[in-house]
Ligand binder design. Structure first.
Ligand code: G3P
Ligand code: CA
Length: 261
């Protein structure tokens, strides 16, 4: 493979409901090099793959994810809001398209893929559970043997956050785990291209990359890799390919893979 890694953002989430097992399995089938997910803690301490703080957009529930137990979330439908959920013809809806995905179920699926898979896990902040999110995440990753990874390991995890403190916590808890500092605005210190707290990888949004052509070369010249999100349009895929980024995070992995060639 030459060119950047292609990561499926919340799975193949243009085609299927985001953060469902079906969306991730589809991304693997499409040939994505890796998967991206967001994690939040439930009231009883489980990590679940949900982007929003609230349940309202992506499920038939209401209120905050953090206020519910895992059992309560398991009872909700996380797929029917999406046009790709189905059912196809007279088929019943596949539960993989509607069921809540826990981080552990995602890790099991990635391990079962039978080929190398990269996994980007984003911890969401602010949250009432603060640093417990990273502590719990590192516990789970350690249990799966993923905190000390070698270049030949089939499953390799990178932890991401928009919160520099969350990145620092991850570095303290698991110093060899790669980290991405996500960026949706341009902090003053970034002009020098250096990231704080030992983050190895920069994660700017596509809008930043589009409006600041100097950004990717500056970050790379400072020794950082660059993963750009969320790159869904053909022109944007071409732009980041031409810029020489290291990772493309996209809702449409098949499109990005086809353009990467
Ligand atoms: O991959 C990074 C990207 O997911 C950050 O934004 O809002 O989609 O989590 P968001
Ligand atoms: Ca994310």
């Amino acid at each position: 493979m030459s060119g950047p890694l292609v990561f499926a953002h919340r799975g193949s989430s243009a085609a299927l409901p985001e953060h469902t097992l079906a969306a991730y399995l589809r991304a693997l089938k499409e040939g994505a090099d890796g998967l991206e997910c967001d994690v939040r803690l439930t009231r009883d301490g489980h990590l679940v793959c949900v982007h929003d703080r609230r349940l309202d957009r992506t499920s038939n529930g209401r209120g905050k994810v953090s206020a519910r137990t895992l059992a309560e979330l398991e009872a909700l439908d996380f797929g029917s809001w999406h046009p790709g959920c189905g059912p196809d013809a007279d088929e019943p809806v596949d539960p993989a398209r509607t069921r809540l995905l826990t981080l552990e179920r995602l890790l099991d699926a990635v391990h079962g893929a039978g080929r190398p898979v990269r996994l980007l896990i984003e911890t969401k902040h602010p949250t009432r559970y603060g640093g417990n999110v990273e502590r719990r995440l590192v516990d789970v990753l350690r249990r799966y043997g993923l905190t000390e990874q070698g270049p030949d390991d089939p499953v390799r995890v990178t932890v991401m956050s928009f919160s520099p403190l969350a990145v620092r916590r991850t570095r303290e808890l698991a110093p060899t785990l790669p980290t991405v500092l996500l960026l949706d605005t341009l902090p003053g210190w970034l002009r020098l291209g250096r990231l704080p707290f030992g983050a190895r990888i920069a994660g700017p949004g596509i809008a930043l990359v589009r409006s600041r052509p100097w950004l990717v070369p500056t970050l790379r010249a400072a020794g950082h890799q660059v993963y750009v999100w969320t790159v869904n349009e053909p022109d944007d895929v071409d732009l980041v390919l031409a810029a020489g980024v290291d990772g493309i995070i996209t809702d449409r992995p098949a499109l990005a893979l086809a353009r990467r060639g």
